[in-house]
Design a binder for this molecule. Sequence first.
Ligand code: SF4
Length: 468
Amino acid sequence: MPKPLSDPSRDAGPPVACLVSLGCAKNTVDSERILASLVQDGFLIAERPEDADLCLVNTCGFIQDAREETATVLRDLASGRRRGRPARIVAIGCLVERAGSVPALREFLDAADATAGFAEFPRLPRFCREVLGLAPPAVRDAVGTLADFHRLPRLLSGGGHSACLKISEGCSNGCRFCTIPGIRGRQVSRPVDEILAEARSLIDSGVAEICLIGQDTTSYGHDLTGRRELAGLVRALSTLRGSVWFRLMYAFPKFIGDELLDALAADPRWCPYLDLPLQHISDAMLRAMGRGMGRDDTLRLLDRLAGRIPGLCMRTAYIVGHPGETDDDFAELLAFVREGRFLHAGVFVYSHEEGTPSASLPDRVPATVARLRRDELMRAQRGVSRAALQSWVGRTVEVIADEPVARGSAAPRHARWTGRHRGQAPEVDGVTFLAPRGGVALRPGRVVPARVLQGLDYDLVAEVTGAS
Ligand code: SF4
């Protein structure tokens, strides 16, 4: 039960809330639904916590770095209060859920006045009113269950021209290092009709890019029918009218079949892009991580992908320092990265998570060694990325405009806008800096052809060549 605020130092009038969303795109989508439900309940939304009565922090807690970031944000909010605002700080979501089963993690939430796990999401507006000591709303809660919550409308963040579309929640894969199935539960897929209705409404509201997300998008539908149904979902989405880019994120490599690749290739609105988290390449490590496929399977898959989707740009993620990772395992991974198969890659240091099978393995890798390995891998990836992007100079690519370059930013001199070509996903990959020419007016979501002038470490610089 939240502690009510006995004497809220606020003017009479609608309560004002602010929301800070941490972690991944899955959290962002939840945050967008929460914001819409607060507005529906009569809350005003403030951009800055100091303008709000109550600040929600949608937390991330699946690894140590994420928990530390959450704790820092909560403490900064508490110590940065201005004239008592925000009067209440409420931590919600992922870390709250995990701290429910691992009490030692509660210290990361110390600076919050109240906490709410996923089960509270359908009734968060009422919960927030209780925290503020306000009367409950006159109308009944609009939603009752988490499934209802996932059908709520959203208040899109960012420019509103690019949106994620969550097709499932949770994961049933059981990779041995991962806390996510314990936090979010086993996979629950949304019905196709519901996903299509949300996609249609996003397109109708002017969204120009839709990124499909889930913990493992390739297992979509397995919980509903016993079969992996992502190819069918891709085909169903392809029947929707509208000029929109579709993009597939979080594809588990083991479950990528030819039917899915054919469905992606059949509609040019699907970006030639795949986010394919490999985690490692050495057989010993892939086995220890419980990934269900080895090095040779992975290499065969990558060759198959390159052959079937021309111009495919891929993103991956690696974990270094998993228990048992030897110098030889790491050298094998480093050599693989240097082959340059992935344009984008994120590298994570293994996080020791109580309750996961990996946490009970012997031969732990010292944190200093793991960090050095991460830095070395990132250096290698930077070289790969830079060489690949420099080879793009002179090409003309389609770019979706995101936002004007902020004054005083470190952008190249002629750049006026940032955008992304089809091989760059929002938030996680690099950007394409745009130098507009010929009076082409840019706005968020406008797609324009641009000639690549320069390749940087992770970004491109391009000049707009016309209007498409
Ligand atoms: S597929 Fe991803 S979310 Fe699912 S268990 Fe493996 S690492 Fe975790």
